[in-house]
Design a protein around this ligand. Structure first.
Ligand code: CO
Length: 153
């Protein structure tokens, strides 16, 4: 595994729409392993492939409760609403309140191409929505109300 460089706003790559994954080979596995190591060392809750300059529909979410490796993920059900503080490793030093669904069901493929489905709530639902947005070139700063510098808090 190797740590990769996380690109930051306003890098244009973050604004591109990522491509679907069709090949589930060691190259994909290396990407996933590298993303995990990168996320662990950055102390975040999730990371999407475009954040390490790879325009593939790949995202991981890691919290105390879950570890998800999602390939070609899609939200198939959502309900409720929550508003809470959000940050992003590609928008360092800032955070803001963002409204998201409170519960989502996401379907995706695992690293071997096997179909999976997972229902998540609360913080995990927020993290899944945030990471999936990255795959369409969307950042939370597009959706927030009051962006603040972390050191202003
Ligand atoms: Co992010």
């Amino acid at each position: 595994m190797a740590k990769r460089i996380i690109i930051t706003e306003p890098d244009e790559i973050l604004r591109k729409v990522s491509r679907e994954v069709t090949i589930f080979d060691t190259r994909l596995h290396t990407l996933l392993d590298d993303m995990k190591e990168t996320l662990l060392s950055a102390d975040g809750a999730g990371l999407a492939a475009p954040q390490v300059a790879v325009l593939k529909r790949v995202a991981i979410v890691m919290t105390d409760e879950i570890f998800l490796e999602m390939i070609n993920p899609k939200i198939i059900e959502q309900s409720g609403e929550q508003t809470g503080a959000e940050g992003c490793l590609s928008v360092p030093g800032k955070s803001a309140q963002v409204t998201r669904p409170d519960e989502v069901t996401v379907k995706f493929l695992d690293r071997y191409g096997k179909k999976c489905k997972k229902k998540v709530k609360g913080f995990e639902a927020r993290a899944v929505c945030h990471e999936l947005d990255h795959l369409d070139g969307i950042l939370y700063i597009d959706k927030c109300k009051n962006l603040v510098l972390d050191n202003d808090k």
